[in-house]
Design a protein around this ligand. Sequence first.
Ligand SMILES: Cc1ncc(COP(=O)(O)O)c(C=O)c1O
Ligand SMILES: N[C@@H](CCCC[NH3+])C(=O)O
Length: 455
Amino acid sequence: MGAAARPDAGRAPMTPQTRPSAVALEALLWPATARPHLDGDISIGRIKLTPLTERFGTPLLVVDEQDVRERCRAFRRAFGDAEVAYAGKAFLCRAMATWIGQEGLSLDVCSAGELAVARAAGFPAERILMHGNAKTPEDLRAALGYGVGTIVVDSFHEISRLAALAAQGARPRLLIRVTPGVDGHTHAAVTTGTDGQKFGFSLASGAAAEAVRRVLAQRHLELAGLHCHIGSQITDPGAFDLAAARMVEFLAELRAAHGTPPRRLDLGGGFGVAYRAGDPELAPGPVAGRLRRTVQDACAAHRLPVPRLTVEPGRAIVAHAGVTVYRVVSVKHGPAGGLLVAVNGGMSDNPRPSLYGARYTARLIGRRGAGGERSATVVGRHCEAGDVIAAGVRLPADVRPGDLLAVPCTGAYHHSMASNYNMVRRPPVVAVRDGRARLIIRRETIDDLMARDLG
Ligand SMILES: Cc1ncc(COP(=O)(O)O)c(C=O)c1O
Ligand SMILES: N[C@@H](CCCC[NH3+])C(=O)O
């Protein structure tokens, strides 16, 4: 190519100062393999997002397999010989169950449906825990039928039901879900360690001690240990310490009352992650160090053997692996000079802002903006004014219909909580890794939606 034909002919040579650079990503928010590019695009797993949307459409949930695997490894390294059970409610499909299984994690399911996914992926039954405050007889039969390793019991009625089912053959291993009376200072809707909410047997009221007595009285049931889960998106490590210390104290009480204490202690999940730059996040290393020390010290103080620990991270494994890409449909001028940028998804693929006031960030991809930045609120397509995806974000002032917006940290409690509100079809999920993209959940079709409507 001759010099005159070059698009940059005649311009001053670029120095390091004038050479355009890709706008950096906030490293903590995006998947491990996410990289910004000069053209404004972002690649994940060495695949650029814009061509991916041309292939699979929008909205599109992209999941970075390497990010998931790295976080599984980080949790296993941090917790040493403890069991790490991924909480499938955060995001579950056959591919995810396969990755989790290959990385040596256990799996927490809370319905016959989640168990069916685990089964379809061939997840080892021994490494499955079943949860739920209102497991139905169908859930329990499915669990016993597959031979799940552990059932976490949550009510006196469930103990009776399990005893009846176990008398027919199975001998399930049980953890008792205890409510330790610890406030994790998270959103009220996901606070589960305090008395008065629906999960678990209260420690303070004596219900937990009574649940232990009832399980021990059933010869077909085996009491393996205790469980607690104080809530989700917790960023205060002190709340986990307090819960762990109370649970060890309870183990000591059980030894005094019944002889040998149960051998397992499951401290649940709930490790908070950053959704926006500057948000606090609990990294597995420090949190594991603290928790293990707390348990060891409390056991030493009570002269108890240290129980085998389990933790159940969900969000911390998969939230950062997910990026949702939307297409802008319309732009309006909002109050105080801000923009209202409406996209082709919303509360049906991300109900978290409307449920918990969750805050997200968003970024234009696929081209570089011009004309500076404006404050913007990214809103969804649903028939509610509260259908907001990201409020108060900075977007290029020239954002316009047809643009692509990427929202990071959408891997956990997005697809798993998606709905068909307004008969909108749920988006597909594409897994990316090492330059390859694989459709792991296809987009819903209008036929899917109509299939259950029998007229
Ligand atoms: C029993 C149990 N374990 C683990 C989790 C996972 O929580 P997170 O995704 O916040 O780690 C949950 C959800 O809060 C849960 O209910
Ligand atoms: N769905 C909640 C977390 C609930 C955790 C399940 N026990 C969220 O999106 O933050």
